[in-house]
Design a protein around this ligand. Structure first.
Ligand SMILES: [Zn+2]
Length: 165
């Protein structure tokens, strides 16, 4: 993860299976950022089939590449309490200082521009193919990721009300 690469698929799939098994019969769940590769999606389908479960929706939040780089490289974290700030959407009251504990803010390796660019190339290579994978299954709903979390959330709700679910 330090280098912007992904955690091994088998490890993730085992974790997902054990989460589902802990939830009892007919669990409701949302996975955020999983699956990230075709191999994970196929493993996930197998896990679901074995448990007689099915996905209702797959949401694809669309954000332009430049905007992703801008948003991610604006993240700063507290060196002490790990609070996260964003110089664009959630700036600290005093630049470089944590609002909660007054410690210095640092940029995690994950959020430095070079790592962000590497994370994006991993996305295009390994994750973007999932759009077609789920489109072909008739599960995909794409919404614009423009604006703040509330606008995006409302767009997602709007997609659900279209389908009557
Ligand atoms: Zn802090």
């Amino acid at each position: 993860m330090e280098k912007g690469e992904l955690v091994p698929d088998e490890f993730i799939l085992k974790m997902v299976a054990s989460i589902l098994d802990d939830e009892g019969d007919n669990p409701s769940f949302i996975f955020d950022g999983f699956p990230r590769t075709i191999h994970q999606s196929e493993g996930f389908d197998k896990i679901l089939n074995e448990r007689n479960m099915a996905l209702d929706h797959v949401i694809n939040i669309e954000v332009l590449e430049d905007e992703v780089i801008k948003r991610l490289s604006s993240r700063w974290s507290c060196s002490n309490c790990e609070s996260v700030f964003n110089t664009i959407s959630n700036p600290p009251a005093e630049p470089g200082i944590c609002d909660k504990c007054g410690s210095k803010l640092i940029q995690r390796n994950d959020d430095k521009p070079d790592t962000v660019r590497n994370r994006l190339s991993v996305y295009f290579e390994q994750t973007e193919p999932l759009i077609d994978y789920y489109k072909n299954k008739g599960l995909l709903r794409s919404v614009s990721g423009d604006g703040g979390p509330e606008s995006v959330f409302n767009r997602i709700l709007g997609e659900f009300s279209k389908s009557g679910n």
